[in-house]
Design a protein around this ligand. Structure first.
Ligand code: ATP
Length: 319
């Protein structure tokens, strides 16, 4: 069994009377990618801030690379790299200057080969001596990530590392994350792109109202969601009603004028469905075959969240 690079137990954090983390537990195996997902304001950044020693938890135990963040913050800081949402890049220094400054800050000998290798790895050689102020958003993000890697940290925290990057920049970051993991580094990642978690993460956890609502491999989470289905969209409620009567086992979403019908998605099954609609002179505006992805997991959790809110509201109203 692999050792834990991050181990979190009973983590609680409140800002004044607002509780953000209500006691969360998880483990991240060394040399793996763990992705924390959650709607805006769910507490992802708060979690990262506690794990990286920037913020003190109210309760619980957090160990990173075997060190307790509350009692050994210095040891934790010595073995981690963290890239937050606001860039650590100094605009008045060049790319090379920023990397050198980071090496000094981390007490790593500012070996020009180390800096040179990072500039190469991130495709920043040509602009290495230009001021970071002249860099594009993507270049700045790459420089920020390069700075995170100075000193070869064992555990790397990336808070939305590809938000705002174009597809090429995103692929570069993904490639680097994969290389780091292959070298044995552990990555803790928050992202708003579910495809990113699907592509990179060994384990995913969904944070919802202070608790971990779902946890598992991307595959396991996707299996929790109803399987492949065909989605039909109709011109109006009249057609939707008629189709819902004809297609057994379908689930309607009135607002979107859509109907989901479980199906294996094979052409024979599609022809049978279309044939049944046609036999009743029902026309679908469009249809698509849909296999579950992490987006569905996320939406299902968000729906559960909204449902609970609605239940609570009705309890309050009637209570
Ligand atoms: N210093 C603070 N004081 C008071 N409330 C805070 C503070 N920092 C965060 N919060 C609140 O705590 C909640 C969780 O914030 P956090 O930034 O951890 O969420 P997040 O999941 O990272 O969301 P987002 O992606 O929107 O940044 C939010 O409601 C936020 O308003």
């Amino acid at each position: 069994m692999r050792t834990s690079a991050i181990s979190v137990s009973g983590l609680r954090k409140a800002y004044g009377s607002k509780t953000v983390l209500e006691g969360i537990d998880f483990d991240v195996a060394a040399g793996s990618v763990f992705s924390l997902l959650g709607p805006d304001g769910a507490g992802k950044t708060t979690t990262i801030d506690v794990l990286t020693t920037l913020l003190r938890a109210d309760a619980g135990t957090v160990r990173v690379a075997g060190h307790d963040v509350a009692t050994e913050p210095g040891r934790v800081r010595a073995v981690i790299g963290a890239m937050g949402r606001s860039a650590a890049v100094d605009e008045l220094l060049s790319g090379r200057g920023n990397l050198r400054r980071m090496a000094d800050l981390k007490g790593v000998r500012s070996d020009s080969r180390v800096v040179g290798r990072l500039l190469e790895r991130f495709d920043l050689v040509e602009s290495a001596d230009s001021l970071a102020a002249t860099y594009s958003a993507g270049m700045r993000r790459k420089l920020d990530l390069a700075m995170t890697l100075v000193g070869d940290p064992q555990v790397i925290f990336l808070d939305e590392p590809t938000t705002g990057l174009d597809p090429r920049g995103r692929r570069t970051v993904w490639g680097i994350v994969r290389e780091l993991v292959a070298e044995g580094t552990t990555i803790f990642l928050t992202t708003r792109y579910l495809e990113e978690a699907d592509q990179l993460a060994d384990q995913v956890a969904v944070l919802d109202r202070g608790r971990l609502a779902a946890r598992g491999t991307p595959e396991e989470l996707k299996r929790r969601i109803p399987g492949t289905h065909v989605r039909f969209r109709f011109a109006d409620l009249f057609e939707l009603d008629a189709a819902a009567r004809v297609l057994a086992g379908s689930v309607r979403q009135d607002e979107e004028l859509t109907l989901r019908v479980p199906s294996d998605g094979e052409s024979k099954s599609l022809l049978a469905l279309l044939g049944r609609l046609d036999a009743h002179a029902i026309n679908a505006r469009e249809f698509s075959v849909h296999t579950p992805d992490l987006d569905d997991v996320f939406r299902a959790d968000a729906t559960a969240f909204t449902d609970r809110r609605a239940q609570e509201a009705s309890v309050t109203l009637t209570g």
